[in-house]
Design a protein around this ligand. Structure first.
Ligand code: ATM
Length: 225
């Protein structure tokens, strides 16, 4: 969604008599480490077929992948401001070069993390402040927001028990993940129109069924616009 309208949505195009919307759908998945986002993004894209475009953050462009390597490198330390700006820089490239063009082609863009990750990790957990992080990201993304954000809610202790390798941020432990989980809870409650909270402490196929239902509902409401 752009500030003041849906992603790339053109009133003139709607008036041309198509089914009411001619642009794509921008879906993001959010959650703490090991909440199952990557699995659910893959299952959703498999279900959507060729119209889906799967991307992950940080990354998805040549510059973004280099920034990802920097951000995940356990031998580096960053101040919170530099960390937030690097995430925003990778995101700026992704929006301009990948997401906006795909939405303009009518595709369903499925993004594993987006601005809300920065609000939760850098804004809340790192203490930079959600409003400041939102502002730099609004500038970096030129105002692009998802049509639907799926929050895969898991209990941090249950997520810790799932297997996986740790990168620089993931290695910081339980306190960070708990702060991030609380931040997601607040973000989801503050914007119920865009967020859909799904209990992800369940088998992947049950979670997937709810994810598909949420995307179908978002498409139906976009088509009604
Ligand atoms: P993945 O777990 O999705 O690969 O993300 C990498 C890490 O980057 C993840 N760490 N943990 N736990 C979340 C973190 N991250 C941020 O801190 N801010 C952001 O804006 C994004 C996109 C990711």
């Amino acid at each position: 969604m752009l500030f003041g309208g849906r992603a790339g949505h053109s009133p003139a195009a709607c008036a041309a008599g198509t089914v009411g919307r001619v642009t794509g759908l921008f879906v993001t998945l959010e959650g703490i480490d090991r909440s199952g986002k990557t699995t659910q993004a893959r299952l959703l894209c498999d279900a959507l077929g060729a119209e889906a475009l799967a991307i992950r953050e940080p990354g998805g462009t040549a510059v973004g992948e280099r920034v990802r390597d920097l951000l995940k490198d356990p031998s580096l330390t960053f101040g919170p401001h530099a960390e937030a700006l690097l995430f925003a820089a990778a995101r700026a490239e992704l929006c301009r070069r990948v997401i906006r063009p795909a939405l303009a082609e009518g595709r369903v863009v499925v993004c594993d993390r987006f601005v809300d990750s920065s609000l939760a990790y850098q804004g809340e957990a790192r203490g930079l402040g959600v409003d400041d992080v939102r502002e730099i990201n609004a500038w970096a993304t030129e105002g692009l927001l998802p049509d639907l954000t799926i929050y895969l809610a898991v209990h941090p202790a249950a997520a810790r028990a799932r297997a996986g390798r740790n990168d620089r941020i993931e290695s910081e432990g339980a306190a960070l993940q708990e702060a991030v989980a609380r931040a997601y809870d607040r973000l989801a409650e503050s914007e119920p129109g865009r967020w859909r909270r799904i209990d992800a402490d369940r088998p992947a196929e049950d979670v997937h069924a709810d994810v598909v239902a949420a995307v179908e509902a978002a498409r139906a409401s976009a088509a009604a616009l």
